[in-house]
Design a protein around this ligand. Structure first.
Ligand SMILES: NC(=O)c1ccc[n+]([C@@H]2O[C@H](COP(=O)([O-])OP(=O)(O)OC[C@H]3O[C@@H](n4cnc5c(N)ncnc54)[C@H](O)[C@@H]3O)[C@@H](O)[C@H]2O)c1
Length: 323
């Protein structure tokens, strides 16, 4: 492996992945960031890796451009982050999610098949989410064998893209692995997402609008821990395998909001409960045993440290907040 294509590399997790790879491996690999630069992208995210990557403005839905890029840079591995990623947007404009996440992933896999050939050992890591498994009650965890029961247009589009990825591994014997991770937090996240959104409101003393009672539970993982796991799957993941990634850090949304207010020294009276999101999944939680046992992967950042680091990072980078 020499030349790695990182789709969606200017987004939240993709940029943290590029920055981590550059820190970890230096010049060992050539990194080609392939991104359409939607509203969710920010080239500033890649500042720590300036001069260490090649940028191509491209759309994964464009089969010809995918093929051209794979050939031009002699790509022999793909880490696929590019997606529409915000559940609320998928409720407002669902078709965009099917176009990008389903058709885009398909066009990218097809391009790899055409350029690399069937049975190629070149690696394709498809980065997906725990949301494909639907919603849990108070007990139990998602694992690689959980049934697909996605509820939102976002999770349904990701679940569909997972199935296409597995179909390319099975039918065309391509070296595809799929990762399903829990909620990420950390630097570079777009302010539409819970943590930067709540920080944005709190610093302006605006009401922090929380869906319903805020009792929904998410399993939070610091973004670098996710990126470390993806790096391991890139190097060691087995063909046609799914890997669940999570850090057993379950928190209710309201707990996160209160933590932010406490760190900012703002009163809890700023919290305002609003009508719940349509089809709001109650709980996500990952059992990461397979990833841990197969690779020895463990998260390194404790939630209590990661959340403080994250809040402080946004305060030091107010340009990332929603004004
Ligand atoms: N954020 C999370 O908590 C989380 C958790 C698990 C899995 N994931 C998955 O990880 C991946 C990255 O998530 P994120 O939070 O970094 O998303 P993001 O929205 O921050 O970034 C997405 C990136 O993809 C790019 N993009 C969108 N459409 C494109 C297209 N047609 N062609 C090329 N580039 C395009 C955008 O410009 C942006 O840079 C997604 O596939 C998401 O489903 C996210």
């Amino acid at each position: 492996m020499k030349n790695i294509l990182i789709t969606g590399g200017a987004g939240f997790i993709g940029s943290n992945f590029v920055n981590l790879m550059v820190r970890k491996y230096g010049d060992k690999y050539t990194y080609v960031v392939y991104d359409k630069l939607t509203y969710a992208a920010n080239m500033e995210n890649l500042k720590p890796s300036e001069g260490k990557y090649i940028f191509v403005k491209g759309d994964i839905c464009d089969l010809e451009q995918n093929i051209e890029t794979l050939k031009k840079y002699n790509i022999d591995a793909v880490v696929h982050f590019a997606a529409e990623s915000h559940v609320d947007n998928s409720i407002k404009r669902p078709l965009t999610f099917t176009e990008t996440n389903v058709l885009g992933t398909h066009a990218l896999l097809e391009a790899c098949k055409q350029v690399w050939g069937e049975g190629s050992e070149n690696k394709f890591v498809h980065v997906s989410t725990d949301e494909v498994f639907g919603s849990l009650g108070d007990e139990g965890y998602f694992s690689e064998t959980s049934p697909i029961k996605s509820n939102s247009p976002y999770s349904a589009s990701k679940a569909s893209s997972d199935l296409i990825a597995f179909a390319y591994a099975e039918t065309f014997k391509m070296n595809v692995s799929v990762t399903n991770c829990s909620n990420n937090y950390g630097p570079n996240q777009h302010h539409e997402k819970l943590i930067p959104h709540m920080i944005s409101l709190a610093v302006q003393d605006k009401p922090l609008t929380v869906y319903g009672e805020g009792l929904n539970i998410r399993d939070w993982l610091f973004v670098d821990d996710h990126c470390e796991a993806i790096d391991i799957v890139l190097h060691k993941g087995r063909k046609g395998e799914r890997y669940c990634i999570g850090g057993h850090n379950e928190k209710r949304n309201i707990e996160i909001v209160k933590l932010i207010l406490e760190r900012l020294g703002k009163p809890e009276t700023l919290i305002q409960h609003v009508e719940d999101r349509k089809g709001h999944d109650f709980r996500y939680a990952i059992d990461p045993s397979k990833t841990r046992e197969e690779f020895g992967w463990e998260p390194h950042t404790m939630f209590k440290d990661g959340i403080v680091k994250t809040i402080d990072w946004y305060l030091e980078h107010p340009e990332y907040l929603d004004k």
